[in-house]
Design a protein around this ligand. Sequence first.
Ligand SMILES: [Zn+2]
Length: 88
Amino acid sequence: MKSKELPLRKCIACGQMLPKDQLFRLVKLQGQVELDLTYKAQSRGAYICRNKDCIELAQKKKSLNRAFKGVVNNEIIDKLFMELEDGR
Ligand SMILES: [Zn+2]
């Protein structure tokens, strides 16, 4: 049996559609972009692949600024890298 299918979401860096468990979810809460590890925050979200290349690409292309229509603090990029390292 196939495992339960997850909805597909688009990575803001590479543009690929992937099951959301392979992506980080980012949301803007009270003006701050945060990592939403629960995938449940009630806010508009943006998704990014759980890999170093896409995080670096997003940083380079300022994809987050575009996704959230404003300047996004680089701290969130550091947070994503930290989260990646924790997960391995
Ligand atoms: Zn990607």
